[in-house]
Design a protein around this ligand. Structure first.
Ligand SMILES: C[S@@+](CC[C@H](N)C(=O)[O-])C[C@H]1O[C@@H](n2cnc3c(N)ncnc32)[C@H](O)[C@@H]1O
Length: 229
């Protein structure tokens, strides 16, 4: 079957708008804007904190869900170290560009919507030692507790002792930062973010009900998480 973005992307609505945004953004511009400016100054989370999460948890058998431009993998994954790298995303443009950027690690790509189970897709049978989902959960429609199946899909793909890690943005009260509050409202209004109802307590609950060890640190608006199966 020949895949196109239309295969997985809804034709209209907020999710479609969000996906259009990821497609049309120039990836180098996206990286500079998001990680040199928006993350440290609007979300008040140093980009180095997100980078450390990768350095500490990435393994040689890694699945990246919602790869975007591949920014963190490019900086933290050494081609000699990686044995198996799979990039999954519902946006084909992101998959093509990140796979090209990470070609030294010979990634396999998987055109997939995380709201659906991975099982019918051609992922290898062997489970992964690490799965990352960085800055993805806040783009997915619905509440975190209403999307429990997403956490279950990740759990199913990890071997015992494997680590699920990443970060997601959570709306904070207006008094904790007017700029982040306004920016979050705007991104939700246009459909790039869909996290209006998300809380760190919900994230904790969704992870703790499946994983045996869960760590979540709130750094500005970012809930930086790590969960061990
Ligand atoms: C904000 S970008 C984050 C990219 C990267 N992980 C990072 O930290 O820079 C969100 C990514 O998740 C993907 N995405 C959003 N919703 C998705 C879904 N339901 N299934 C799979 N990928 C999704 C988007 O296409 C985009 O590549």
């Amino acid at each position: 079957m020949k895949l196109s973005n239309k295969t997985l992307m809804p034709r209209r609505g907020k999710t479609w708008l969000g996906q259009m945004f990821f497609s049309i953004m120039s990836h180098s511009l996206y990286d500079v804007g998001l990680y040199r400016f928006v993350t440290p100054y609007i979300w008040r989370c140093p980009t180095s904190r997100l980078m450390d999460n990768y350095v500490e948890n990435i393994s040689a058998h890694h699945l990246e869900i919602g790869v975007g431009s591949g920014y963190f993998l490019k900086r933290t994954m050494c081609a000699d170290f990686v044995k198996r790298l799979v990039l999954a995303d519902m946006n084909l443009n992101c998959l093509r560009k990140s796979a090209k950027r990470l070609r030294m690690s010979t990634p396999r790509i998987c055109h997939h919507n995380i709201l659906q189970p991975f099982s019918p897709l051609p992922l290898e049978r062997a489970k992964f030692s690490s799965v990352a989902m960085n800055y993805v959960l806040h783009c997915i429609p619905g509440t975190l507790s209403g999307n429990q199946h997403v956490f279950q899909h990740v759990h199913d793909l990890l071997r015992e002792g494997g680590v699920f890690f990443g970060a997601t943005l959570i709306q904070q009260p207006v008094h904790q930062g007017i700029a982040s509050w306004l920016f979050m409202k705007l991104l939700n209004a246009v459909g790039i973010f869909q996290n209006g109802q998300h809380t760190s307590a919900e994230l904790q609950q969704a992870l703790a009900s499946r994983f045996r060890k869960v760590e979540i640190s709130m750094v500005g608006n970012a809930a930086v998480f790590r969960a061990v199966k």
